[in-house]
Unconditional design. Structure first.
Length: 317
């Protein structure tokens, strides 16, 4: 096999190469932070990108374990390392990604990751959506009604399209035509769109669409689809109890559904789309914005109720 050749300051060249991949196509601050941390770890245990091997990855894993990192954190870091090494391989700065040679992410951490991002049953999601409707109907003052409408619309939209948080929360109203939402990379602000491959038109189903239209009617002239209370910015941040994630967690907890997040709703949508609603892999990929269909393998879970529903169709007479 022809060896990769790195000249000059190899790590600087490696980081410049990564910058060409991750900027401007990925603007999420969290993603940048993970990539920078992964590069620092690689530089700690390898003299150059060309010599990164299985032993290097094992050293990183042991270093993180010694620092008391949780299994899910180690899996996340190693996943980022794997992704950037794939990019190094494409640039011929690395002959072989060590992750392609050995099983370097232990099964136990994979199980931890699956538990962390578990999906929710059809009944649990329905219960949360009904609670969101109830809270909206009970809200009396204009401000409380707006806040309830915003939480309700967020819950319904995320449950029905499986989008990433910032794709929806930072979307501009002009991108919604009454049926389709254009998730547009050109409008990206601090992670609105994960990558250029995330550009897509997403059809908002009828029931979710009606909740979104109610929110727009209460939002005044704000340019944002999900605005702040005063309408001058997108509802993308806030205190623990007031940000989109906090509101959805609290909504779910109020009806006894534990662990619901925007990301777990993304897992739920993809699970039920494939195993209950009859979506194909390509269709799910188009809706949720995966650039690689293999990513679905991480998101689709075995749902016993869906399996029971499908098996109920089996018969010979």
């Amino acid at each position: 096999m022809e060896m990769a050749v790195c000249s000059g300051d190899e790590w600087q060249r490696f980081e410049r190469s990564l910058a060409s991949f991750y900027s401007p196509s990925i603007r999420a601050k969290a993603t940048r932070k993970k990539v920078d941390y992964a590069v620092r770890l690689l530089k700690m245990f390898a003299d150059s990108p060309a010599v990164v091997d299985e032993f290097t990855i094992t050293q990183i894993q042991e270093y993180l374990s010694a620092r008391g990192c949780k299994k899910i954190t180690i899996s996340t870091v190693l996943g980022t390392v794997k992704a950037i090494l794939n990019k190094a391989k494409k640039k011929r700065m690395l002959d072989e990604n060590p992750f392609d040679v050995g099983d370097l992410i232990p099964r136990i951490t994979r199980r931890a990751m699956c538990r962390q991002h578990a999906h929710h049953s059809i009944d649990d999601v329905a219960l949360v959506l009904m609670k969101a409707d109830e809270d909206f109907e009970l809200a009396r003052s204009p401000q409380r009604r707006f806040i309830a409408a915003r939480t309700r619309a967020a819950a319904w939209v995320f449950a029905h399209v499986g989008a990433r948080s910032m794709e929806i929360m930072r979307a501009k109203r002009e991108r919604f035509d009454g049926e389709f939402l254009h998730i547009c990379h050109e409008d990206a602000i601090d992670g609105h769109c994960k990558s250029e491959g995330s550009d897509r038109l997403v059809f908002i189903p009828g029931e979710a669409r009606s909740r979104l239209v109610d929110l727009i009617a209460l939002s005044g002239s704000s340019q944002w689809l999900f605005p702040t209370v005063n309408g001058d910015g997108p509802w993308a941040t806030g205190g623990t109890k007031y940000c989109p994630l906090g509101r959805i967690k609290a909504l779910a907890a109020s009806v006894g559904v534990r662990g619901m997040t925007i990301h777990s709703l993304r897992h739920s949508f993809q699970t039920h789309a494939r195993s209950r609603w009859g979506f194909g892999r390509d269709q799910v990929q188009l809706v949720v914005g995966h650039t690689d269909e293999r990513t679905q393998d991480h998101y689709v879970h075995i749902d016993r109720d869906n399996l029971k529903h499908l098996m109920g169709r089996v018969g010979y007479f």
